[in-house]
Design a protein around this ligand. Structure first.
Ligand code: DOR
Ligand code: ZN
Length: 349
């Protein structure tokens, strides 16, 4: 049976990089036209580490999506020095929904990240008490760890001890890439969930080298081998409520990607819901799309599900080769390729 149209509750993006300045103005409207809300990553330079700074950033985002109903869900960047008082202030603010853990050195703008979680004990205790989720970039750092093993090593060395020490802490294991991570989340309690990106569902590490070195498929955590990709596809077909949509859309200008030392990050916000819809269709799992995109995330965060709906129709269109990114250009995920789903409308119910 083929489906030509699908209407679902409006989705949210539970992991998004919007940047600031000109880049923010260029990319934010793409997200606002599809998603009702998004969890906004705090890895600006300098990072968003305080409630006061988060208010300023929130205002800048709202100005960039002027006239839309889009609701940014703000996060703070956890450092060795984040105080328990900052957590209390975050909880009271109501608009800060989580803290982000970047192990120092793991990825873009992570230098100010946590050097040793032991330094955060009191802060994590307060988060557990406040039910403020910890969003984790789950990769072990250190030059001796093989880049393809970073997620597994992180689970064994950091995540398992963390969950033993804080059994009720709400955790989102962000952008999971391995069967190890999928299994860990499946076997954990309901306080632990995960996001899955479109690139980790569509591709494995072969895509990095197809026809030559392809910087536009480079992100962190890096794509893994096919068996891990298959494990993630199994998860979305299973319809487990512990996994939800998080694009990790992470814009970098073309010249920063196509460079001798290219930046990590894939920009997918231009067609995120269409790409996920194509993936679920390929997997014969269109009936699982709505929970993944629109229910599991708000249910985990304790937020209401959206009341609007979006309709996608089976209509092919070609993704442009590039978009403007302020004074620069950006190459979108799947540039130049044809995609067979189009976002048709957003409706009040
Ligand atoms: O590929 C990535 N890009 N992974 C991250 O964790 C950060 C992101 C970015 O901010 O560019
Ligand atoms: Zn990210």
């Amino acid at each position: 049976m083929s489906t030509n149209s699908i209407t679902i509750t409006q989705p949210d993006d539970w992991h998004l990089h919007l940047r600031d300045g000109e880049a923010l103005k260029a990319v934010a409207p793409f997200t606002a036209k599809q998603f009702a809300r998004a969890i906004i990553m705090p890895n600006l330079n300098p990072p968003v580490t305080t409630v006061i700074r988060a208010v300023e950033y929130l205002d800048e985002i709202l100005a960039a999506v002027d006239g839309s109903d889009f609701e940014p869900l703000m996060t703070l960047y956890l450092t060795d020095n984040t105080s328990p008082q900052e957590i209390i202030a975050a909880r009271k603010s109501c608009f800060i929904k989580a803290l982000k853990l970047y192990p120092a050195g793991a990825t873009t703008n992570s230098d100010a990240g946590v050097s040793d979680l032991k330094k955060c004990t009191k802060t994590l205790e307060e988060m557990q008490k406040s039910a403020l989720p910890l969003l984790i970039h789950g990769e072990a750092t250190g030059s001796q760890v093989d880049i393809f093993d970073r997620e597994k090593v992180f689970i064994d060395k950091t995540l398992i001890p963390l969950t033993q020490q804080f059994p009720d802490l709400k955790i989102v294991f962000e952008h999971i890439t391995t069967k190890d991570a999928a299994d860990f989340v499946q076997q954990s309690g309901n306080n632990i969930a995960a996001t899955i990106t479109p690139q980790h569902l569509l591709f494995n590490r072969n895509a990095l080298f197809q026809g030559g070195l392809n910087p536009h498929h480079y992100c962190l955590p890096v794509l893994k081998r096919n068996s891990h990709q298959q494990a993630l596809l199994n998860i979305i077909r299973s319809g487990s409520h512990k996994f939800f949509l998080g694009t990790d859309s992470a814009p970098h200008a073309r010249h920063k990607k196509e460079s001798a030392c290219g930046c990590a990050g894939i920009f997918s916000a231009h067609a995120a819901i269409e790409i996920y819809t194509s993936i679920f269709e390929q997997q014969n799992a269109l009936d699982k799309l709505e929970a993944f995109a629109s229910f599991n995330g708000p249910d985990f965060y304790g937020l209401p599900r959206n009341s609007k709906t979006v309709t996608l129709i089976k209509k092919s269109w070609q993704i442009p080769d590039e978009y403007d990114l302020g004074p620069d250009k950006i190459v979108p995920f799947l540039a130049g390729q044809t995609i067979n789903w189009s976002l048709a409308s957003t409706n009040d119910t």
